[in-house]
Ligand binder design. Structure first.
Ligand code: BTN
Length: 238
């Protein structure tokens, strides 16, 4: 993985915590990755846990210098994973806003194949932690298996493809990245429920994302909202 510093550990608490500790004492910089075979305290979004049996899935954290646009780094990693999964397994994945990588079934229902949790390190960059289900998925989740059914993709093979796709996408400007992001987002056009902090909830149709990656939701009463942070559920049309 030319140009990247990859720190591979067998066992740790959380790769996000490890990379954060390195970055805050200036011991890690742009294009540093911590990857673990197993995490004993893997973190998910909204204070959830992120668990996986040892050696089955890709569990890594990637430090990127994202200037003043940390959300762009997250889009780049999510889009890079879609490309990497296509390259390694031949599967088509999509995004559920903001950056969940999902498999979409014919009827439009989705299952999550990868999740991301990002942490800002002031003056250094953004750590994008990513968990990719390959050999194992929790109930209701999807795994990345090849189109001919093989589920023995090595997590480090996926990592290598992911990093080269990140390099490819990073040379594109923000406008081009947001265009690719919009195309990959399965959320646009769907009826959604958005759960926001403080028990706030919004239902309507997702009609687009703005240049900052915020989701635009149109309520039935024709009022539109711009959402920066939230959990989206795709609803059936009805
Ligand atoms: C989510 O809830 O969707 C985000 C999951 C992020 C999990 C990854 S696994 C590697 C990295 N280290 C962590 O502790 N969390 C992230």
């Amino acid at each position: 993985m030319p140009g990247w510093t990859v720190i591979h550990v067998v066992e740790t608490g959380s790769t996000n915590d490890d990379l954060f500790a390195l970055a805050t004492r200036q011991a890690a910089r742009d294009r540093t990755v911590v990857v673990a075979d197993h995490q004993s305290a893997g973190r998910g979004r909204l204070d959830r846990r992120w668990d996986a049996p040892a050696g089955k899935n890709l569990l890594c954290s990637i430090l990127l210098d994202a200037g003043n646009r940390p959300q762009m780094a997250q889009h780049i990693v999510a889009l890079a994973l879609i490309e990497a999964a296509q390259e390694v397994a031949g599967v088509d994945l999509a995004l559920k806003w903001p950056n969940d990588v999902v498999r979409v079934a014919d009827g439009g229902s989705w299952s999550k194949a990868a999740g991301m949790l990002s942490v800002l390190v002031p003056d250094v960059g953004v750590i994008v932690g990513i968990g990719v289900n390959i050999g194992w998925a929790p109930e209701g989740g999807a795994r990345i298996v090849t189109t001919d059914g093989r589920d023995d993709i090595a997590p480090l093979t996926m990592l290598s493809k992911l990093l080269s796709q990140i390099d490819r996408l990073r040379i594109m400007d923000d406008v081009a990245i947001i265009d690719v992001y919009r195309t990959a987002l399965d959320t646009i056009g769907r009826r959604v429920r958005v759960e926001m902090s403080g028990d706030q909830m919004l239902e309507g149709r997702a009609i687009g994302v703005n240049d900052d990656g915020e989701l635009i939701v149109l309520e039935a009463c024709a009022m539109s909202h711009t959402v920066g942070v939230g959990d989206v559920i795709h609803l059936r049309d009805g």
